[in-house]
Design a protein around this ligand. Structure first.
Ligand code: HSE
Length: 319
């Protein structure tokens, strides 16, 4: 990654979307992993992704990410952010993307790339492009590849826990990060595309399931304000999306049960999966919980990566 001749560098974090019952509505930012992106102006007009390197991708990820800026969320978000800033169509921009968030992991990989690129455009323009405008740019990018949802991009942009109260118009509400909340992420090594995980969702839901879900979303928000990880754990129940997606994650029910048995206060799919996240309080046995989940995936023939991360309160930033 370049650091001279006009290059600037930006870091955008991975995110956990849905938080159990709050499908497309609530997410939070992790300290790591994250994507790094270098950007600079160039004399040649247009946005170009001149390099994509990857520390996140193991043998299980053999699909290359598109270098075409019209197909990669970093390129799409950069083009849209330039447009929103009123930059000349002749403006040239070069991007180098260093992936730290594995694609198809459920950790907001496409969102991290989009947010990094939109933020870099704001930095280069030294402009007062508000975060809301950057969010619009990233939403367009996410919609082009996965679907129109903001519960990854909003926390990556704003940091902490973020609620999307409304999509039209966009209304984002930042929520408190409970000081005693601890978490661990386990990512089984296979790629699940968000498009596929959205294709299995039900078009209709029963009123009784909806009632239980929105009660849990309310409890979840209360738990954040009260710094109450036990309540948060009880609120991580989703009767609508999780049952539809569970069959896409080998061993999911066993892994979740093993996490709770090992002392987790709650456990749910991260975003569209296949990664899971489990929460605890300050005394929680995070390593034991992670190992319990890994053992289940192992029994289903899957290696896993474990991420011990705090919650990022600042989100995307220049490095
Ligand atoms: N809310 C989105 C979904 C997030 O669950 O499909 C995707 O990571």
């Amino acid at each position: 990654m370049g650091s001279d001749s006009g290059w600037i560098q930006v870091y955008a974090p991975a995110t956990v979307a849905n938080c159990g019952p709050a499908f497309d509505t609530l997410g939070f930012a992790l300290e790591r992993p994250g994507d790094r992106l270098a950007a600079r102006w160039s004399a040649k007009p247009g946005v170009r992704l001149i390099e994509i390197s990857d520390e996140s991708i193991g043998a299980e990820h053999n699909l290359p990410l598109p270098r075409d800026p019209a197909k990669n969320t970093a390129g799409i978000a950069a083009i849209k952010a330039l447009k929103l800033a009123g930059a000349s169509a002749k403006r040239g921009l070069e991007l180098k993307l260093h992936k730290g968030v594995p694609p198809g992991s459920g950790l907001g990989s496409s969102a991290a790339s989009a947010v990094a690129a939109a933020w870099a455009v704001g930095e280069l323009l030294d402009s007062s492009l508000p975060r809301q405008a950057l969010l619009e740019a990233c939403l367009e990018a996410e919609a082009a590849v996965s679907g129109r949802f903001a519960d990854n991009i909003a926390p990556a942009l704003y940091g902490g826990f973020v609620l999307i109260r409304s999509y039209d118009p966009l209304e984002i509400i930042s929520l408190p990060v409970p000081p005693t909340l601890r978490l661990v992420i386990v990512r089984p090594h296979y790629r699940l595309l968000t498009k596929r995980a959205r294709a299995v969702l039900p078009e209709r839901v029963t009123l009784s399931a909806a009632v239980r879900n929105w009660a849990n979303v309310g409890a979840l928000v209360a738990a954040l304000y009260r710094d109450d990880p036990a309540l948060l754990g009880r609120a991580l129940q989703d009767e609508i999306v999780e049952p539809a997606r569970a069959p896409l994650i080998p061993g999911f029910a066993e892994a979740k049960a093993a996490a709770l048995q090992a002392g987790a206060l709650g456990c749910a799919i991260s975003g569209a999966g296949p990664a899971l996240f489990a929460i605890a309080d300050e005394a929680g046995p995070l390593e034991r919980i992670a190992q319990a989940i890994c053992r289940v995936f192992q029994a289903h023939g899957l290696e896993s990566s474990v991420y011990h991360s705090g919650i990022s309160t600042r989100g995307v930033h220049r490095i």
